[in-house]
Design a protein around this ligand. Structure first.
Ligand code: TTP
Ligand code: MG
Length: 586
């Protein structure tokens, strides 16, 4: 059987990214695209150099015209040169923008994959403690922020950096002293930037966190919208939402406030005024001519690019890093899932033993105590007990959704923790109390555990599960998409689809958690038939309240407050157990 040898779906090979700090992690992604980075840097440098050509050439033109005998003949070549450089500059700028956009999009896709793979690989312990809305915010908006960090963020940071450098490179051409203004500007610019980014970091973190928080509340109240409406709690929920939305707004306002206090504009004004005064002073001394003053002034004007972009481009980078930290935190959160790839693999016979187990949820009190029982291959076990008795928890230990706190769960005499997790889970099929269907076609939902299944296989599974008939009543039958245009399924229909899934994967152990559904007797009869068919030839656990199903079980476990109150066959228990006969009295 190929299932036994195939790797687990969650051991997908992924490239190794450094996950020690947000910056290193992003960097380890970026360095996979070296040629794009080269393109961005070359584009940015060329763009700035050619932009600097304009004031330089204009200065030359002025000097040619200010000669005692103006030399008009140099004007045309100069004009053509300016035009030509600017065309090339346009191409380089395009390269820079294109490279940055490409990098942003690729990183977004890569990181989304990395996160998705990591999330699927995490244990139930992780998922039951991590709010879905918050995960969604990280997987969508935070990943998007990383894209924006590169374009426009890093794109403009790099682009404007070279605009800052050009006046420093070109000014000494006219007079070494002219270095003073651009150098002082650069020093002041980076010093204030460092302080600005330091102030901005906690604010960016707060903006991202507030957003994630708002999202998780939103998704929870939409998820539970029936409950909210049923309890007429719309207003209370709206108020809660408003509080969260305000927190997001306040965080953004604080961010805007900090941005507004960034003094780059002041520095730019001072640099222009100071630089020009300095140049005029040198002019009066006869150290510069008119064309050189004009060229120098044009070079200083290049500083407006770093000035204008500095506030929001760096904010973008800061937000991107805050997002990277949030994503990394999720990636690095301990998962406890031990796949035990070196563990036992092999075809399961279906013998089960619980050996004196105790179990508590990671955050809670003891749920199961002192449970011991044995099941032979092919037997059917019914688990009964009041709500909250621990029935669901008990069966979850079988496929290691959770691990026991103490004691042992053995399958074929081997502790489940000694099994290769993929091999264990692929041979146990669990139909949850709350059956989840994907918004995909019925056919895809049936074949979920066996993606390659043919239409024939899917149909015969549906027939065995007594689902074929109702599926045929839909206009598009097996191609009907669930959740689309009002196609929703009743509890009984969902259950039969889930049974169909189980038929397709053909597990050696089948678990059916069915304790809450109340179904009319006609449907019950269908389900009963489907379950009997499904139970044939495999070890089956049924959690149910329906006497018709319990009666035929080989072993009945009566759970009470996490302990076994009684066990045996129906006839035995009717004689000996009050707890058992009480279940059927209402
Ligand atoms: P369950 O095992 O869910 O009880 P049950 O399946 O017998 O109940 P029902 O018939 O309603 O389906 O819960 C047993 C106890 O464990 C209960 O006190 C709630 C607690 N519990 C957790 O703390 N975390 C969990 O994720 C679950 C499922 C239960
Ligand atoms: Mg339950």
């Amino acid at each position: 059987m190929s299932l036994l040898t195939s790797p687990a779906e969650f051991t997908i090979k992924r490239p190794a990214f450094v996950r020690t700090s947000a910056i290193r992690w992003v960097f380890s992604h970026v360095t996979r695209h070296n040629w794009i980075i080269l393109m961005v840097f070359l584009g940015a440098f060329g763009n700035a150099a050619l932009a600097a050509m304009v004031p330089v050439l204009v200065g030359d033109a002025f000097n040619a015209m200010l000669q005692p005998l103006p030399d008009v003949s140099v004007l045309l070549p100069l004009a053509l040169l300016i035009g030509g450089t600017q065309v090339v500059r346009g191409v380089l700028q395009l390269g820079r923008n294109f490279g940055a956009e490409l990098l942003g999009q690729r990183l977004e896709a890569e990181i989304r994959d990395e996160l998705y793979i990591s999330l699927l690989g995490k244990s139930m312990t992780f998922h039951s403690l991590q709010p879905v809305g918050d995960t969604m915010a990280r997987a969508t908006n935070d990943v998007r922020e990383i894209n924006l960090m590169f374009n426009p963020g890093m794109n403009l940071v790099i682009g404007s950096f070279f605009f800052l450098v050009m006046p420093i490179l070109a000014a000494p051409r006219y007079h070494p002293a002219l270095l003073i203004t651009p150098v002082l500007f650069a020093i002041a610019y980076f010093a204030s930037l460092a302080r600005y980014l330091q102030n901005l970091q906690p604010i960016s973190d707060e903006v991202r966190a507030a957003f994630g928080n708002m999202n998780s509340h939103l998704s929870e109240s939409l998820d539970g919208v029936e409950t909210v409406k049923g309890a007429a709690q719309e207003n209370a929920e709206v108020e809660r939402f408003v509080v969260n939305a305000k927190r997001v707004r306040d965080a953004f306002i604080t961010q805007g406030d900090t941005e507004a206090r960034f003094i780059a504009f002041l520095l730019y004004g001072i640099a222009i005024a100071g630089g020009l005064t300095h140049a005029l002073f040198l002019f009066r001394e006869g150290l510069l001519n008119t064309g050189q003053v004009i060229a120098y002034f044009g070079l200083l004007r290049m500083l407006d690019f770093p000035t204008f972009t500095s506030t929001w481009a760096y904010t973008q980078v800061s937000m991107g890093l805050a997002s990277a930290r949030r994503i990394l935190e999720l990636l690095n959160r301990k998962t406890d899932l031990d796949q035990n790839t070196a563990g036992h693999t092999g075809e399961m016979k279906g013998e089960i033993e619980f050996k004196n187990i105790n179990f508590a949820y990671p955050d809670g009190s003891v749920v199961l105590e002192n449970i011991s029982f044995k099941v032979k291959p092919g037997q059917t076990v019914a688990v009964v007990g009041q709500t909250g008795a621990g029935k669901t928890s008990l069966v979850r230990l079988l496929n290691r959704t959770y691990d026991v706190t103490s004691g042992q769960v053995l399958v074929d005499g081997i502790d489940v923790r000694e099994w290769n997790l993929a091999s264990l889970r692929s041979q146990i099929s669990m139909i949850e109390q709350d059956i989840f269907l994907f918004s995909r076609s019925i056919s895809d939902n049936l074949a979920f555990g066996k993606p390659g299944a043919t239409q024939d296989e899917v149909e015969s599974a549906a027939k065995a599960a007594q689902a074929h008939e109702f599926i045929e009543t839909f206009e598009k039958s097996y191609q009907t998409v669930i959740g689309e245009r009002g196609v929703t399924l009743s509890g009984g229909q969902r259950q039969r689809l889930a049974l169909g899934r189980a038929f397709l994967t053909d597990p050696h152990i089948l678990i059916l958690d069915d304790s809450t559904s109340a179904i009319d007797s006609a449907t019950e009869d269908l389900i009963q038939r489907a379950i009997s068919a499904a139970a044939k030839g495999r070890t089956t656990f049924i959690i149910t309240h329906r006497l018709s199903q319990i009666r035929w079980a080989d072993l009945i476990l009566v759970l009470r407050k996490g302990r076994i109150a009684a066990m045996g066959t129906h006839d035995e228990l009717m004689q000996t157990s009050d707890a058992y006969s009480r279940i059927f009295q209402e």
